[in-house]
Design a protein around this ligand. Structure first.
Ligand SMILES: Nc1nc2c(c(=O)[nH]1)N(C=O)[C@@H](CNc1ccc(C(=O)N[C@@H](CCC(=O)O)C(=O)O)cc1)CN2
Ligand SMILES: Nc1nc2c(ncn2[C@@H]2O[C@H](COP(=O)(O)OP(=O)(O)OP(=O)(O)O)[C@@H](O)[C@H]2O)c(=O)[nH]1
Length: 432
């Protein structure tokens, strides 16, 4: 059975000057002919009147992309319509009437993957490009959409295949004139590759935080000035400020961009023995958020002794803020003096936050692992390589290499280890 022909609005919903409807599948040409008359030249923008059942629908720019030279690899069409919702609705109804169906979310890119137009990492890169909000996210997404990670995977796979070819040769031609240390060399090189994969895992947290956004939590005793700090950094009155201790009950979030990194900054309830059920829940949520955050701003007011609850959250991912510095010097050594009343210290705090954002989130030199899915695949390859290093028999080492290859190939979704092996073996001259 031939696949459905699907259509969807490719441009954003809502009012816009132009709306792009995309169509993909075997009936694309027939649909375009039905609406707009004879097929235009491939990939050439052409102005046409669209008609259906005697009714004029729009005057639109139409494009015809014969497969396989299209985004999806299938015959496809684009209709650049006037952007009004009624125009889009009328043309969509006509397409449905002609036998096409609305596409599922991601279906165009899924079809591109199924037709070998892109691998899974490139498809994820496209999804990330569509949702990129900051400059750093855009660069990260484009690198992956253009095959940065797939290229690295191909290099790792190539190394593994060469190791496997040598390991198999060692097993098969044991009695012949092979270098006697071939077996040991495979193990040594596999260990080097394992360390390289581990290095990419160690860097993955930074890339994931850039893709997902960095979570920063503001914590401290009641009345320490946390909400005032959130408002000062956000540039608007997002959280309620009052002289009454225990004002903030729930987590209040604002979105910021720090050095190209998208950040969610969260104000939390003051940490203390709660006086009622609601406040207790607030403190519980504050501590949960503290745990989840990549960076914690611990706030200590100049007019209050440092409290044990906040002090206990100190670690290498905490910045100490000495708030209300207009009332006196910080009560804690190493705390950055800040006053939201006078503005003192705010530029320094912002600079410190940008520095921390760059340390905790960002792109690495080489295209990195941006998703838990990537980490899982590489993590599994690493454990098979570690397994290889202690495996007592050449056959078990070969098996571990195959398993590592399969794990790696899940990254791009091109799971065809045996076919590539045939190719490698074809070139592996052993004098036989
Ligand atoms: N109007 C419009 N703009 C768009 C897209 C689109 O589909 N339509 N894109 C959609 O994401 C992005 C551009 N990406 C694209 C990627 C590949 C092909 C394509 O036709 N590929 C063919 C031919 C390649 C060539 O001639 O160089 C192929 O890969 O065989 C088109 C768009 C962003 N802008
Ligand atoms: N002098 C001075 N007072 C400040 C400063 N920042 C905040 N305050 C005052 O301190 C009190 C508490 O401020 P908030 O920002 O609501 O403190 P909070 O830590 O969010 O308080 P809770 O919601 O109770 O946890 C308010 O009366 C503020 O006006 C400052 O920089 N200097």
């Amino acid at each position: 059975m031939s696949p459905d022909t699907v259509f969807a609005l490719a441009s954003g919903a809502g009012r816009a000057a132009v709306a792009v409807l995309r169509i993909s599948g075997p009936r694309s040409a027939a649909l375009l002919e039905a609406l707009a008359g004879r097929l235009p030249a491939p990939r050439m923008t052409t102005l046409r009147r669209l008609r259906h059942r005697g009714e004029a629908l729009d005057r639109a720019l139409v494009l015809w992309f014969p497969g396989p030279g299209s985004f999806t690899g299938e015959d496809s069409v684009e209709l650049h319509l006037h952007g009004g919702p009624a125009v889009v609705a009328a043309v969509s109804e006509a397409l449905a009437d002609l036998g096409a169906r609305p596409a599922e979310p991601g279906e165009f890119t899924r079809r591109a993957f199924l037709h070998g137009k892109l691998d899974l990492t490139a498809a994820e890169g496209i999804a990330d490009l569509v949702s990129a909000e900051t400059e750093a996210q855009r660069r990260q997404a484009l690198r992956q959409a253009e095959g940065g990670l797939a290229t690295r995977e191909a290099a790792w796979t190539g190394q593994l295949l060469r190791l496997l070819a040598r390991q198999e040769a060692f097993i098969e031609f044991e009695d012949e004139d092979l270098p006697h240390d071939l077996d040991i060399r495979v193990t040594t090189e596999a260990a080097a590759l394992r360390r390289e994969l581990e290095a990419s895992l160690a860097e993955s947290a930074r890339e994931e935080r850039l893709r997902e956004g960095l979570s920063i939590a503001i914590l401290g005793a009641p009345n320490a000035g946390k909400s005032s700090l959130l408002n000062a950094l956000a540039g608007h009155e997002a959280a309620i400020v009052s002289a009454r201790a225990g004002t903030t009950r729930d987590v209040v979030e604002v979105r910021l961009v720090l050095g190209g990194v998208p950040v969610t900054l969260a104000d939390t309830a003051g940490l203390r023995e709660a006086s009622d059920e609601i406040e207790a829940e607030g403190v519980h949520r504050a501590l949960a958020r503290a745990e989840r955050a990549a960076l914690r701003l611990l706030v200590f007011a100049a007019d209050t002794a440092p409290d044990a609850a906040t002090l206990s959250l100190r670690d290498e991912d905490a910045l100490l803020v000495g708030s209300k510095s207009d009332l006196g010097p910080p009560v804690l050594a190493g705390a950055l003096p800040v006053s939201t009343t006078t503005g003192e210290g705010l530029p320094l705090l912002r600079a410190a936050l940008e520095r921390e954002a760059a340390r905790l989130a960002g792109m690495n030199e080489a295209a990195g692992l941006t998703r838990p899915r990537h980490r899982a695949a590489i993590g599994e390859a690493v454990s098979w390589l570690a397994h290889l290093e202690t495996a007592p028999l050449p056959e078990l080492r070969a098996e571990a290499l195959r398993a590592a290859l399969r794990a790696l190939s899940r990254l791009t979704g091109r799971v065809d280890v045996e076919a590539v092996l045939d190719q490698v073996f074809g070139e592996f001259c052993i004098g036989k």
